[in-house]
Design a protein around this ligand. Structure first.
Ligand code: ADP
Ligand code: MG
Length: 319
């Protein structure tokens, strides 16, 4: 069982940033409105995430750490609607097989909190006002072969920071905080999408960006696309989301590159934060659980739609 989990972990848990992504998604699934992340040593030493979500019942605490334990698929009918987030019920079990994991949680209505360390059979009483605290320490302490592939503290922190921004960008209604080695590195108050984009990419990005908001045939593309004048435009400022989920997709990248090339005659590193929404049945997001690619059913139509929406938005600035 431990070995199976460790093999699964190889798929899901590549580095601290992949742990952070999974635990952040769990906090969002739990309906949290405020989420605090504390990293030590690039997340290798510890990732601690505290949320104010629905919490986990005492009886569910141990189960949450077991493989295929998910509270998110109640029936086969649900499979279709949870397809967007790819619930698999193995993230915590995988993480717990390659790191030391502690869950502390106070479910709504519970008189106090409970805490369990992965490997223990029953939880003990703990103190916590509400929500859940997940602590993941010493990643790969028991798998030296993988531990040696971890990069420097700065590099691992950079990956965690990327993962954090990708998730926070799509959820402006949730407050986030990120700390590294005891210092606050990013604090995000709740607000609208414009404010969140400004907080994450900088006011300068917004000043040089055009608003995109186009809807047609069940598709909607909204967000911001920066003009070449945006000086710090780089690969790092390319955020594209499909139904709230960050993706890096060849088809989408191609459509965007074409739009920038045709309208602005090239801009080596376009900067954008764009949100595509479509019926979940039109896109398969489970090509790989830990990766960012997707597969569209109507690839050609999506390409055209994105190309035209962005072209029109960019062209509006010249005319
Ligand atoms: P999945 O998210 O695919 O269901 P996970 O292994 O990530 O599987 O989590 C297992 C279960 O633990 C979840 O289904 C959920 O019930 C519970 N859980 C994990 N983190 C939280 C959290 N922050 N708040 C509430 N419940 C949580
Ligand atoms: Mg999960």
């Amino acid at each position: 069982e431990l070995l199976i989990n460790q093999i699964a972990a190889g798929e899901v848990v590549e580095r601290p940033a992949s742990v952070l992504k999974e635990v952040l998604e769990n906090s969002l699934d739990a309906g949290s409105r405020a989420i605090e992340v504390q990293l030590q040593q690039g997340g290798v030493k510890q990732i601690r995430i505290a949320d104010d979500g629905c919490g986990i019942d005492k009886d569910e605490l141990g189960i949450a750490l077991e493989r295929h334990a998910t509270s998110k698929i109640a029936s086969l009918d649900d499979l279709e609607c949870v397809a967007t987030m790819g619930f698999r019920g193995e993230a915590l079990a995988s993480i717990a097989s390659v790191a030391r994991v502690t869950l502390t949680s106070r479910a709504q209505g519970s008189p106090h909190a409970w805490r369990i360390h992965a490997g223990e059979t029953s939880p003990s009483p703990a103190a916590l006002n509400s929500g859940t605290v997940v602590e993941v320490s010493d990643l790969y302490w028991n798998v030296p072969a993988r531990r040696k592939f971890l990069k420097s503290e700065g590099t691992e922190f950079g990956h965690c920071d990327d993962a954090f921004r990708r998730i926070a960008l799509a959820r402006p209604e949730v407050a986030f905080q990120l700390q590294h080695n005891g210092r606050v590195s990013l604090r995000l108050a709740t607000g609208d999408m414009r404010r969140r984009c400004g907080d994450i990419l900088g006011e300068e990005f917004l000043e040089h960006a055009r608003v995109i908001d186009v809807e047609a045939a069940g598709l909607r593309l909204s967000g911001f696309a920066a003009l070449p004048a945006y000086a710090r435009a780089s690969r790092d400022a390319q955020y594209f989301f499909v139904n709230g989920r960050f993706v890096r997709d060849k088809l989408i990248q191609h459509a965007l590159r074409e739009a920038y090339a045709d309208i602005l005659h090239g801009s080596k590193h376009p900067a954008f934060t764009l949100f595509l929404e479509l019926d979940p049945s039109g896109v398969d997001v489970n090509v790989h659980p830990a990766k960012t690619e997707v597969r569209f059913r109507e690839a050609r139509a999506i390409h055209q739609f994105v190309y035209h929406a962005v072209s029109r938005g960019l062209a509006a600035t010249i005319g």
